[in-house]
Design a binder for this molecule. Structure first.
Ligand code: F0G
Length: 459
């Protein structure tokens, strides 16, 4: 089914957006002005933008046609009903509350289900997810398998939960203090690593025993399903769409940042199967987002999303999407560049600790590496290390994650194979001069999600 032929894209290009290459002197200045934080660069100064795969997808002509079919009624837009039915049909969830993006759904879910003093175990943290859990009074507990913290482990399902870690937590704090297990497909901070169906089934059995819910961050579910199809026994002959449905059925609800998998530039939702949680969320959404039949999206956005969901689970689409990421990953592996293995689905993650072994973690190696890469070629990447991990709530110390990574995130349907070659060549140049790269010091630090706006100086 796969691997037999090229991953070539199942589409052709109808419209282009010009991008420009800048000079090194120009980038030097731009980088300094941005406080050596790639989030603070202006996009016009970027050549190839690998900051994120979030909201950066190219929409199809079908989606753009859907935009023209926007029903901008305040209440009861027909696009909402199309979206609702699509989520029910393709994702299995029963009740839907639209939001403007993922974190708004995380906010509502956390406020509704988490009480002060609760614990929320998850397969590694995600920045916004964890913050909302904490703001609701909960404590996040990492229960992902140990392999996920090792960039060199070749384990195929690094998104799996370690059930012993969950059992230990239940024994220690009691099931009544655990409102739900928070699972993400795929695990962003681990390098875009998938969770297996077998592991989710086992997790379902264990949580059922204690009446604990499973809440699913389904931001990259189609990519996760593709990895199950590729690598998990018994799934080679199922379609990605079937696998997505089966996976979701094992969970009680989901938050979605539709800006990734679902191929839109803005949008998200909370979806649950129990009426009580839905009722509370529907009540809350009108305070923070908008009426429950648009929740922060225009009618046209909901239409583009409904169409995007259907496109996102097509086998030929997802094979080409992940195939492009694999192409870049393999190229870097062949060059001997240290990256997280196996290659994940939404990007290639440089292992900054191995790349810059002479830069200690308190000097922000991943942040420094991302800055160097921009300086070399105008390629913009993102830090996923100590800056992203923030500080310990109690001690105020930096959290020092095992993984200190630079994420080369590949937008969907945007760049070509030649762009992948340019990226790999730039990484190789930076790798060759790695000894000359020193760390940085943080000179401005915001209180929440500091990686977005922190500023640095070169050491
Ligand atoms: N969950 C995961 C796994 C994510 O990757 C993101 C966003 C969110 C939730 C939050 O969704 O941005 O729509 O509010 N990740 C982006 C990224 C920002 O670049 O990885 P949001």
């Amino acid at each position: 089914m796969h691997n037999k032929h090229s991953w070539a894209e199942p589409y052709k290009i109808k419209m282009i957006e010009p991008i420009v290459m800048t000079t090194k002197e120009f980038r030097q200045k731009a980088l300094k002005e941005a406080g050596y934080n790639t989030f603070l660069l202006r996009s016009k100064d970027v050549y190839i933008d690998l900051l994120t795969d979030s909201g950066t997808s190219a929409m199809s002509d079908r989606q753009w046609a859907g935009i023209m079919m926007g029903d901008e009624a305040y209440a009861g837009s027909r696009n909402f009903y199309h979206l609702e039915k699509t989520i029910q049909d393709y994702y299995s969830y029963k009740y839907i509350v639209p939001t403007h993006q993922g974190r708004a759904a995380e906010h509502m879910l956390s406020q509704i289900l988490i009480k002060k003093g609760d614990y929320v175990p998850g397969n590694m943290y995600f920045t916004t997810t964890k913050l909302h859990q904490e703001m609701a009074g909960g404590t996040f507990v990492d229960i992902i398998v140990d392999e996920a913290h090792d960039p060199d482990s070749l384990y195929k399902f690094k998104g799996d939960v370690d059930l012993n870690k969950l059992q230990k937590l239940i024994d220690k704090v009691g099931a009544e203090k655990i409102p739900y297990v928070s699972i993400a497909s795929t695990v962003n901070m681990a390098g875009g690593q998938p969770m297996s169906m077998a592991n989710l089934k086992a997790l379902r059995q264990l949580t059922n025993k204690y009446g604990i819910k499973i809440m699913h961050d389904m931001t990259r579910i189609a990519e996760n399903a593709f990895m199950i199809q590729l690598n998990e026994e018994g799934y080679a002959d199922k379609t990605v769409s079937e696998i997505v449905y089966e996976f979701n059925l094992l969970t009680d609800g989901a938050t979605m940042s539709a800006k990734k998998d679902a191929l839109v530039n803005i949008g998200g939702f909370l979806a649950v199967n129990d009426y009580d949680t839905f009722d509370k969320a529907r009540n809350m959404v009108v305070v923070y987002e908008g009426l429950h039949t648009y929740g922060g999206m225009a009618g046209r956005d909901m239409e583009a999303l409904a169409i995007g969901i259907k496109e996102s689970v097509q086998d030929d689409h997802i094979r080409a999407r992940v195939g492009q990421v694999f192409y870049l990953g393999q190229k870097l592996l062949d060059m001997g560049v240290p990256i997280v293995k196996p290659v994940g689905t939404h990007g290639v993650f440089l292992d900054a600790k191995a790349f810059l072994p002479h830069v200690s973690q308190d000097k922000f190696p991943a942040q420094s590496l991302a800055a160097e890469l921009y300086l070399d070629s105008g390629v913009r990447a993102m830090e996923r290390g100590v800056v992203s991990a923030g500080r310990n709530k109690k001690t105020g110390e930096h959290n020092y994650p095992k993984l200190e990574l630079v994420r080369l995130t590949i937008p969907r349907r945007v760049y070509t194979q030649a762009h992948m070659d340019v990226i790999a060549e730039s990484v190789q140049r930076v790798f060759e001069k790695r000894d000359s790269i020193n760390g940085m010091k943080m000179i401005y630090e915001p209180e929440y999600l500091r990686f977005f706006q922190a500023r640095f100086e070169k050491l």
